[in-house]
Design a protein around this ligand. Structure first.
Ligand code: ADP
Length: 272
């Protein structure tokens, strides 16, 4: 089943001479257990696509469906519930609350949704465990490495019954070993939990973790590449890297195999 469906979605900001078409007739379908990478130059509409998929903005035209529910016509309360229960967000700069432990940070969305503290904590610990961080549950964010913090942020985004994971440059603040680990873990979380994920990245190598890469340019989707089966050889995490404890080595091949070339329009080096 398609968890996220965008049909001919356009988004225009401003009007008259100041009009900007951030998205122009974009269609995208992301199924359960599938991870799609979004690449494109700065200003091409990547963040707009994520905010619309995350119900944080409304498209000017077109249709958006999350988990089979069409967003148009949905009340603000229903959208808020969808965000609380169904959608997980991961940002480049982690956004963990410094006064809460890793476990408390991860359990927080469930507590805010009214789940009892004990059950929220148990679900939070399970999500941390999935990220290979069960032994860091009591640590505060400033006691964690950058890679660990991002893994806590991913645990918070997949905790509970979330179905759609949206990530904006989730590895942008990490070194390459941790960046690989983060993408790898997100992909495993998708496969294991049947979530759909949309990940914005400027790094073509990291995009190889996705099942599919789409490219945006001036609000248009210019290309869609499906990863070929069985062609990929991914780097392995070195001993001693904080990524090495995440979940072992990279899978060889599989449906999310290496894309051979970076898109000419990719904004490598951009670090938003
Ligand atoms: P990207 O994430 O690829 O850098 P964005 O989605 O942030 O691109 O932006 C796409 C275009 O829409 C850019 O030209 C940007 O300036 C414009 N834009 C984005 N958000 C707003 C906004 N709130 N108001 C006006 N223009 C915006």
């Amino acid at each position: 089943m398609s968890m996220l469906e965008l049909h001919e979605v356009s988004k225009t900001y401003g009007d008259g001479a100041a009009e900007v078409r951030a998205l122009d007739g974009v269609s995208l379908s992301v199924g359960e257990g599938s991870m799609v990478a979004v690449m494109g130059p700065s200003g091409s509409g990547k963040s707009t696509l994520l905010t619309i998929a995350g119900t944080l903005e409304q498209p000017t035209s077109g249709q958006v469906t999350v988990g089979g529910q069409e967003l148009r016509g949905m009340s603000r309360n229903d959208k808020a519930r969808l965000r609380r229960r169904t959608i997980g967000y991961v940002f480049q700069d982690f956004n963990l609350l410094p006064g809460l432990t890793a476990a408390e940070n991860v359990a927080l969305p469930l507590e805010l949704d009214g789940l009892r503290a004990g059950r929220a904590r148990a679900a939070g610990l399970r999500a941390l465990e999935q990220m290979g961080l069960a032994n860091r549950a009591s640590a505060y964010p400033d006691q964690l490495s950058g890679g660990e913090r991002q893994r806590v942020a991913i645990a918070r985004a997949i905790v509970g019954e979330r179905r759609l994971l949206l990530a904006d440059e989730p590895s942008g603040a990490l070194d390459s070993a941790n960046a690989e680990a983060v993408l790898h873990l997100m992909r495993d979380a998708c496969k294991d939990g049947g979530m759909a994920a949309v990940v914005v990245t400027h790094d073509a190598q990291l995009a190889t973790w996705a099942d599919r890469t789409v490219f945006l340019r001036d609000g248009h989707m210019t290309d869609q590449r499906v990863a070929e089966s069985g062609t990929g050889v991914r780097p392995r995490y070195g001993p001693g890297s904080d990524a090495s404890s995440a979940s072992g080595e990279a899978p060889a091949g599989g449906e999310a195999a290496v894309l051979s070339t970076a898109p000419s329009g990719s904004d490598a080096g951009e670090n938003r």
